[in-house]
Design a protein around this ligand. Structure first.
Ligand code: NAI
Length: 328
């Protein structure tokens, strides 16, 4: 099988090549832009290996099918970058990596919560400026907090397990309840999770139903000084509303690993003057806002698991045309 790989970091290439000694695919690493590439670039490949910043739209599906590509293997867990209906109607098969290390995202999420509560962004800036005072640094303790978690799937469960060790009260909401979560946290209606939480964490996928779940209306129902954490997807939040709530003091802090339209700049070094998102720029300038650039998944364990499962997905497709992680 001939495979073209997008968005592989330099430090991953050796590991990918090492794994491939087992699978023996014909691999082609490339640095051209998947989203803007013309059809001819994909000719001759059986499969494309992509990440979340590669958007598979209706046009891209048709283009790939026309070029002779049969399989799209995404190294990610989320699937909102893939138009699955169009992929299917173009005759493309696709697979993802549903579970590479939910713990990686969970640990990052709890790290963001702790950093927000202990005002760590401000403290690090002060230390960089040789300011060793405690001005503005009084924090809050996680143990005393009520934490709301929306989405109790693989990642939500890991976050809840970690939070449990801190001794905080945990309220959760999901469209489906999970028995294991029930032994660690209390399911409540969504409106109560909003109104009763000191920290609100998003761990649900982005769907048509929950787009802009965090809006000026729902922020108004949060406790004063609540902390908002989003390591799920940018489309879940109205960031302008978040900025307004940070500026008014309604929100005590916000921390997020994902942003709307992040594909235009993510994984690139950008000149500050050419950076287009004014809202994000303003949010980034706040001492009580932490932004990480979609990197909560980025650990050694997660990357190794992502790569190995992607190889296994390709191997299954090659052997049988089927794959256990099929998403189309
Ligand atoms: P999962 O599929 O195991 O769990 C998602 C849970 O959300 C399910 O229990 C589902 O029932 C629930 N859910 C769906 N719609 C909902 C709604 N409207 N309200 C409340 N709950 C809802 O997925 P997993 O692995 O836990 O990942 C969750 C999300 O995290 C992914 O969809 C992805 O968007 C994001 N993610 C972010 C990463 C990052 O690097 N920042 C890395 C991996 C995933």
């Amino acid at each position: 099988m001939k495979v073209i790989l997008f968005h592989t970091n330099k430090d991953e290439v050796d590991y990918i090549k090492e794994c491939n000694t087992r699978f023996r695919f014909e691999l082609e690493f490339t640095d051209f832009d998947f989203n803007t590439a013309e059809a001819g670039r994909f000719t001759g490949y059986d499969a494309v290996w992509i990440l979340t910043n590669c958007k598979v739209t209706k046009e891209k599906s048709e283009q790939l099918a026309e070029a002779g590509v049969s399989y799209i293997v995404s190294r990610a867990a989320g699937t909102d970058h893939l138009d699955l209906v169009s992929m299917k109607s173009a005759g493309l098969k696709g697979a993802n990596v549903p579970r590479y290390s939910p713990n990686a995202i969970a640990e990052h999420t709890v790290c963001l919560a702790l950093m927000s509560l202990r005002k760590m962004k401000l403290e690090l800036k002060m230390i960089d400026n040789f300011d060793f005072t405690l001005n503005g640094l009084k924090g809050r303790e996680l143990r005393n907090m009520t934490v709301g978690v929306i989405g109790t799937g693989r990642i939500g469960l890991e976050t809840i397990k970690i939070l449990n060790g801190f001794g905080c009260r945990i309220l959760v909401y999901d469209i489906y309840e999970n028995q294991e979560v029930k032994s660690l946290a209390t399911y409540r209606p969504l409106s109560e999770v909003f109104s009763d939480s000191d920290i609100l964490i998003l761990h649900c996928p982005l769907t048509k139903e929950n787009e802009r779940l965090i809006s000026s209306d729902t922020i108004a129902t949060l406790k004063d000084s609540a902390v908002l954490i989003n390591t799920a997807r940018g489309g879940l939040m109205d960031y302008e509303a978040v900025l307004t709530a940070i500026e008014s003091g309604k929100l005590g802090a916000a921390a997020f690993d994902v942003y709307d339209n992040e594909t235009s700049y993510i994984r690139k070094k950008v000149e500050p003057d050419s950076f287009e998102s004014n809202v994000l720029k303003k949010l980034m300038s706040k001492d009580n806002v932490i932004y990480t650039a979609h990197m909560s998944f980025f650990t050694d364990t997660a990357i190794e698991n992502m790569i190995m499962t992607t190889f296994e997905n390709l191997y299954e497709y090659e052997k049988s045309g089927q794959c256990a992680n099929e998403i189309t």
